[in-house]
Design a protein around this ligand. Structure first.
Ligand code: ADP
Ligand code: MG
Length: 720
């Protein structure tokens, strides 16, 4: 094992830089060249057919068979001209990640390449090996995938990929995309209705997402020499290096050469796939980086994020690197998030979270702003649940990550505006008064937040013209969080509309009715607003005083989905039926259990088969030494002391690994998934992980460096 470590380190030393063949054309020339989007359709389809498809895409309608055939045929020709041999329906099952099953265009019976409209529109992958959370009865294993025309097909390798939703034969959705599309529709409906109180021209509202993706990069050989990274995506052991992130020298520092080559390479691949990658920089921890695209409509942005993660993993391979998206790959260092920048934009081009210099528009801005805060207040637990994963449990509330307490940060200026509005709400507005001036909302500065007024410690921060849901985990599919967020905002907008309409019906002036409801919302949601340091212990106490939840673990957090209120909410907005919600929770609990189980096994395995034998071997050397010293009449107290310490740690490891295995055996017999998940959390992870890790990490400091089997943190993290 130690041999593996040193071989890996030797490889690392000898790595040549991988030469990246950079296209010499402008990015604008190659951007989206592997996407069969509207432009390509216009170029390849008869005008009448193109009109039908583009209308259908715009209005989210089904396309008829002959249109589908024409699109399929054009897509096939386009893809084959670029060397494609296969096609696949590309979908996002609830395992996280994406799934595909490739079929060849070549039809051996007919002796030609074929791609029918029906194959574009619908496929029937066997659903039996995908998680279903009890939805699918055993006799009905089939499921089908259906084209999502709002996300364009793309060429990946030699395969034409068609973004699809995944549904069981009984009609329940089995993926993350279908509920997302429904939530986006719900927020469109609700937001449009509210917009029309202010502006009748607005017909649609589109939610947009810019997902900043953090990640770590490590050398592939070192990665392979760490069974925990390979199996669990994170290191379960490892003493913190002498130098971690305390020098604060990595953030925005110069990017190491090998990583820079990798970035340039994957960015080109991403651009060709139409992914609008824009920003790259170092993150806070050593070997941690970030890539951010330009925001897009949520569904497409999320497809692009999923695809980009895949592109990154593949391109990293070429550079002898491994990318880690896990929320907490290294204890003691910053975790990995995926900040979901989110806003609502009208079809007339107004960002509803962008304050303007027009007082009238500002009332609409304030409506969306305050309603969103109110939604976060009302559904904090559900939003917390939406980002709950075993990985994120390690990240939230540790090393510069937002805690599991939901709160919003809005900045001092917006706080002042809301306080003013709340206070002045009682001001009597007479006919002919300038209401906006009287309420102090006539001039909200256009660009509200500068860099000094950025709070990076909030899980849900307003950043000037958008909210940033920062609590989302690095490896997560944004669809889950975005489904929850857009649904709760849709619900709150509906309630807002209803309340305002009621007042208008009673004879209140429209603008005043709006202000009245906003004032009430500001009051009611005050507790969710927090402008201080979200990482501080003080906040944990303060939040408890305010009655805000701080649900630290996934199995407990997920309960928020199962309240009657949450299930009814999803059902009311057509996002998920009760059955679908329950199934999703079941799947996520199962996934939680499996992940903790894998980690527990990896821990046990490495500790017992690698660490303990190494420690014993080293201890034997010390015993020889101690005996030798004694024979010479030299004081051997220090050596004997070390021998004792090693024995102590070995005992700790053995006893706890054994007890942990017994506990797993007990829990595996537990039939109730929720009970089992809570058990895996509280009786395994919380009880044993830290104890075992502590003993192993102490041994790392005692055992001769030459003998230590695991690649050390300092070796993993300081890539050049
Ligand atoms: P930060 O300072 O937090 O890194 P940036 O301004 O660089 O913020 O933007 C981060 C992400 O937010 C980018 O992906 C960007 O495209 C996205 N973004 C900007 N405006 C919006 C918006 N209106 N809606 C959604 N995302 C947005
Ligand atoms: Mg950000």
């Amino acid at each position: 094992m130690a041999q593996l470590r040193f071989e890996a380190l030797k490889k690392l030393g000898e790595r040549p830089r991988v030469h990246v063949e950079q296209p010499t054309t402008l990015v604008s020339k190659l951007f989206g060249e592997n996407v069969f989007g509207l432009e390509q359709m216009r170029a390849t389809l008869a005008p009448a057919v193109f009109k039908k498809v583009s209308q259908a895409i715009k209005n989210h309608e089904k396309i008829d068979e002959s249109t589908a055939d024409a699109v399929a045929s054009a897509a096939k020709s386009w893809a084959m001209a670029k060397g494609a041999t296969h096609f696949t329906h590309w979908f996002q099952p609830m395992t996280g990640g994406t799934a595909e099953k490739h079929d060849s265009f070549f039809d051996a019976l007919a002796g030609i390449e074929k791609f029918k409209g029906s194959e574009l529109v619908q496929q029937e992958p066997d659903a039996s090996s995908f998680p279903h959370g009890g939805i699918r009865s055993t006799f009905e294993a089939r499921g089908y995938t259906a084209w999502d025309p709002t996300s364009p097909p793309f060429l990946y390798g030699k395969t034409l990929c068609i973004p699809t939703i995944f549904v069981s034969y009984t009609g329940e959705t089995l993926d993350t995309k279908a509920p997302l599309l429904k939530a986006l529709k719900a927020v469109d409906l609700a937001a449009t209705k509210v917009c029309q109180l202010f502006d009748k021209d607005i017909q649609h509202v589109v939610a947009s997402l810019g997902a900043e993706q953090e990640y770590f990069v490590v050398d592939k050989a070192l990665f392979n020499a760490r069974p925990d990274l390979v199996m669990a995506g994170r290191t379960v052991f490892g003493h913190s290096p002498a130098r971690g992130q305390q020098l604060e020298d990595h953030y925005f520092g110069s990017i190491p050469g090998r990583v820079y080559d990798f970035m340039k390479d994957f960015e080109f691949e991403a651009w060709k796939l139409g992914i609008p990658v824009r920003t790259r920089h170092n993150e806070v921890a050593p070997s941690q980086f970030e890539v951010a695209p330009l925001f897009e409509e949520v569904n497409v942005a999320n497809d692009h994020n999923q695809l980009m993660m895949d592109v990154m993993a593949r391109v990293a391979e070429k550079h002898n690197l491994a990318v880690l998206f896990h929320e907490k790959p290294f204890a003691g260092l910053n975790g990995t998030g995926k900040h979901n920048n989110w806003s609502l934009i009208t079809d007339t081009g107004i960002n509803l979270y962008q304050p303007t210099s027009s007082a009238r528009d500002n009332l609409m801005f304030l409506t969306f702003f305050v309603t969103t805060i109110k939604a976060v207040h009302a559904h904090a637990d559900l939003l917390r649940a939406s980002i709950a994963t075993s990985g994120n449990d390690f990240r939230l509330g540790a090393n510069e990550a937002p805690p599991a307490i939901m709160s919003t940060f809005i900045g001092s200026q917006m706080s002042a505006v809301l306080d003013e509005l709340e206070k002045k709400g009682n001001v009597k507005i007479e006919k002919g008064d300038n209401m906006y001036m009287k309420l102090g909302i006539d001039q909200i500065p256009e660009i509200i937040l500068d860099a000094t007024d950025r709070n990076r410690t909030s899980p849900f921060a307003f950043t000037g013209n958008k909210f940033e849901f920062r609590a989302v985990g690095g490896s997560d599919n944004c669809a889950v969080a975005m489904t929850a967020l857009n649904t709760v905002v849709a619900e709150q907008l509906d309630q807002f509309h209803e309340a305002v309409t009621k007042q208008i019906d009673k004879g209140e002036e429209k603008r005043l009715a709006v202000v009245n409801v906003l004032r009430q919302y500001i009051k009611e949601s005050r507790d969710i607003r927090f402008e201080g340091d979200g990482y501080s212990d003080g906040w944990v106490q303060e939040a408890a005083k305010r009655g805000l939840s701080n649900i630290k673990t996934t199995p407990r957090a997920l309960d928020a989905y199962l309240t009657k209120a949450s299930m009814d909410l999803f059902e009311k907005h057509g996002v998920m039926s009760h059955k679908e919600t329950e199934a999703r929770v079941e799947i996520r609990l199962e996934s939680y259990i499996k992940r903790v189980q894998i980690e527990a096994r990896v821990m046990g395995d490495i500790a017992m088969n690698h660490i303990v034998p190494t420690a014993i071997a080293y201890q034997s050397k010390l015993i020889n030494n101690a005996n030798g010293l004694k024979g010479l009449g030299v004081d051997n107290t220090a050596v004997v002391q070390t021998i004792r310490e090693i024995s102590g740690h070995i005992d700790t490891i053995k006893n706890n690994v054994r007890a942990m295995v017994d506990e797993r055996k007990r829990l595996n017999k537990e039939g109730n998934t929720h009970t089992r998940a809570v058990g895996y959390c509280e009786d395994i992870k919380e009880k044993y992980f830290d104890v075992i890790r502590d003993a192993v990490d102490k041994l790392e400091l005692l055992v001769d460096n030459e003998d230590w089997p695991l690649v050390k943190y300092r070796e993993l993290l300081f890539l050049r």
